[in-house]
Ligand binder design. Structure first.
Ligand code: G16
Length: 552
């Protein structure tokens, strides 16, 4: 590192002292904490983003300021790699180190050592480019400024602020920029709307039957999704859409949004008896999660939840149907893989297995699921919380392209299946789970099938489940294994969990530390709702006994 670089870093770092007495770590989806303590972390991650760009030969890197589903007073920062996916996990320890460096001198020393080890040129000969985005949190503006200062304290680095956008839009733009494709926000909307229209146009229409599945109402969590969905709505006339909780009044993620709806299994604010029988969906605060639901009549705000597992099942079924139209014994058979986590409802896994699909499990976090899904020709991944997408390999897309140009000897049905799969690959975000593109794909498939939300929900019946959060003294004391289905530490807790669950028919339960909130999560399934609640409550008590503030 030359003297100019060193003094630039030292000078700017002196304006961003780290918070005292707090140790931050790069969690499930980046750093998250109360926004008031994040200035220094975001500044330092700005530096990291610029280094990552230099390391990858000047490729565009994304930096998103968001705390997604967390409460409005929180914020966070995460990095998108040149592929548009999450930053390589190899860099997470460095992120932790620089976030916690106690003073500018030690920060610069860490950067210098890392740059040497990774052969990152810090002489200004190369340009680094970082795209910035933020969600609607009030703290976002000043955190973006901190990120820009971090980026610009690396010689030759340029920050481009994309303003308020959804997290998946930023990931999409990074991927598109690095592939030399059209990458503006307008291009994003154009790609989604044109591929959606293509799927709708391929549905054999019965006369006078324009959108047989009726209206959709979308809860936008009082976040960024409302404004963006409005843009899509204006571009699409095949979609009968009503937007609610778009943020004019109401607080981000408070009593609204995908996380609330999925965890509490109740209707979000602004929904009620008048909505019974209507298909409803919910996004989260930065529009990377999607769940569907219907309001139950006289149900005291209760809902029928159609979660990420059901979205996954619908997508898998559709893809499988299209592939079977194309299938030819002597031809290439694409490998389809389905990726879930321990939160996947047992009934969904059984259903997917029955479809003949290969189901793989990873720990929680898109960074794990995405990587696994990439190993397939078509990798479909979803978390039960509504975070997921479908990935298509280059190899598969090339094959599809070849089929597109096949002579007219192939049947119309086959030609249409090719066009449908091609349109899905354009519609569904290839960089990360995206509630807006996921929603359009769900709507297109339901219209294609002529299915109501109830018919879709009947694909299988969820095993009753319950999720709880437990506040503990130190959540990092919980260490899990086997894709988070078993606890290694503290010793003895897994045996105690087993002793509880084996008392209940079809009982299953696991605990894991959250990577986005300061809690330990408990998930339980059992034959009835009552027993699932019982298992969850007993295990939550156990977690408190082992790890709670009063535990010795
Ligand atoms: C993030 C991750 C998801 C994960 C969720 C909850 O979602 O992207 O993969 O499922 O956090 O993680 P945890 O249980 O560790 O708190 P989001 O929507 O908050 O970005």
């Amino acid at each position: 590192m030359n003297e100019q670089q060193r003094s630039m870093l030292l000078q700017s770092a002196s304006s961003f002292p780290p918070p005292k007495g707090t140790k931050l770590s790069y969690g499930t989806a980046g750093f998250r904490a109360d926004a008031s303590i994040l200035q220094s972390t975001v500044f330092r991650i700005g530096i990291l983003a610029a280094l990552r760009s230099l390391k990858t030969g000047g490729a565009v890197i994304g930096l998103m300021i968001t705390a997604s589903h967390n409460k409005v007073s929180d914020n966070g920062v995460k990095i998108a790699d040149p592929s548009g996916g999450m930053i390589t996990q190899d860099w997470e320890p460095f992120a932790d180190c620089i976030a916690n460096a106690p003073d500018p001198e030690s920060l610069v020393q860490l950067i210098n050592e890392f740059a040497k080890k990774e052969n990152i040129p810090l002489d200004g000969a190369k340009t680094a480019t970082v795209l910035l985005g933020r969600d609607t949190r009030p703290s976002g503006e000043s955190l973006v400024k901190a990120a820009k200062q971090g980026i610009c304290s690396v010689v030759g680095a340029v920050a481009t602020d994309m303003g308020i956008i959804t997290t998946p839009q930023l990931h999409w733009m990074v991927r598109a920029r690095n592939k030399g494709l059209k990458a503006s926000e307008l291009d994003y909307f154009e790609q989604l709307s044109s591929s959606f229209r293509c799927l709708i146009d391929l549905i054999p229409k019965k006369s006078g039957d324009n959108n047989p599945i009726g209206k959709l109402i979308v809860d936008c969590a009082n976040g960024v999704g409302g404004e963006k969905l409005q843009v899509l709505k204006e571009k699409l006339n095949g979609l009968h859409l009503e937007i609610r909780n778009s943020g004019e009044s109401g607080i981000l993620n408070e009593g609204v949004g995908a996380d609330y709806v999925q965890k509490e299994k109740v209707a979000p604010q602004g929904f009620g008896p008048a909505d019974v029988g209507i298909r409803c969906a919910s996004l989260d605060g930065d529009a990377d999660r999607l769940v569907y639901f219907t309001v139950i009549s006289n149900g005291n705000n209760k809902i029928n939840l159609v979660d990420g597992d059901k979205i996954l099942s619908l997508f898998a079924l559709f893809i499988k149907d299209q592939l079977s139209i194309l299938s030819d014994k002597n031809e290439y058979q694409p490998r389809v893989g389905v990726v879930q986590t321990a939160y996947a409802n047992g009934a969904s896994t059984k259903y997917l297995n029955q479809l003949g699909l290969e189901v793989i499990f990873t720990p929680t976090g898109v960074k794990y699921l995405h990587g696994k899904a990439e190993e397939y020709d078509i990798g479909i991944y979803f978390e039960a919380n509504g975070h997921g997408t479908i990935l298509f390999s280059e190899h598969f897309l090339n094959w599809l392209e070849g089929r597109k140009n096949e002579p007219s000897s192939t049947t119309k049905e086959k030609q249409n299946a090719v066009k449908r799969l091609w349109a899905v690959s354009k519609l569904i975000n290839q960089a990360v789970g995206d509630a807006l593109s996921g929603l359009l794909l769900v709507e297109a498939i339901l219209q294609h099938m002529g299915w109501s939300v109830d018919k879709w929900n009947e694909l299988y019946h969820d095993l009753p489940s319950r999720q709880l959060k437990v506040k503990v003294a130190d959540r990092s004391a919980v260490v899990t294994t086997y894709a988070e289905t078993s606890v290694e530490k503290p010793p003895g807790i897994q045996e105690a969990i087993n002793a509880i669950t084996e008392k209940y028919p079809e009982g299953r339960c696991f605990v894991r530390p959250s990577g986005t909130e300061d809690v330990v999560r408990v998930y339980a399934e059992a034959k009835t709702q009552e027993t699932a609640d019982e298992v969850a409550a007993s295990v939550a008590k156990l977690v408190d006994q082992f790890l709670g503030f009063t535990a010795s």
